[in-house]
Design a protein around this ligand. Sequence first.
Ligand code: UDP
Length: 216
Amino acid sequence: KNKLIGIYGASGFGREVLPLVREKSNEKIEIKFIDDGCLDKELNEVEVVSYEKFLANPIADKSAVVAIADSNIRKKLLERLERDGISIPSITAANNVVLDFNELGEGSILCPFTTITSNAVIGKGFQANIYSYVAHDCVLGDYVTFAPGVKCNGNVHIDDHAYIGTGAIIKQGTPDKPLVIGEGAVVGMGAVVTKSVKPGDVVFGVPAKSIKRASK
Ligand code: UDP
């Protein structure tokens, strides 16, 4: 084998990402889970190693993806990989549909049945879980997380570290007035977001309202 691919995070999401890495690999590629806390030696027939052991592996051509939903951990670990000169690919499921003129940052993971339509600009470390989509002219910052089934319509801007829960629907903005979801905001599952969301806010419901400011 002449290439080593690590999947950082030997837990739930890591086990979902493993087959996506496997479907793009061949007999020359070795796959390992990397984990700082997992005590299992093996997960779904793949060896779990510490980061130190991954770095010490004699295969020189190393790359790794971070398959962890927490965006702050993702940032920390992607920066660690970068610092150590490990290349960071983006992983795209075979049945993902990316249409036209999109930009996607490194270290992103596009799960099965996801779509990015056209002219979207997406930062690094984006995670699009199953059945989610990003429509035309959206601008996403770094380390944005989409849980399963997020529907993000056109001309929406989502800033760094925002988390969008399962099945949330985000109304389209316009080129002059995009709908903006601020940095670190959380959109609860099933929410229908019709207005911009402030940085760090938590919104929930139909139409989505702040549950953070309401509780003060
Ligand atoms: N983890 C790690 N290094 C860190 C933080 C977390 O290796 O600095 C691992 C942790 O041990 C766990 C996984 O990442 O195995 C995160 O799993 P969790 O179930 O919390 O997240 P999910 O898979 O749902 O994204």
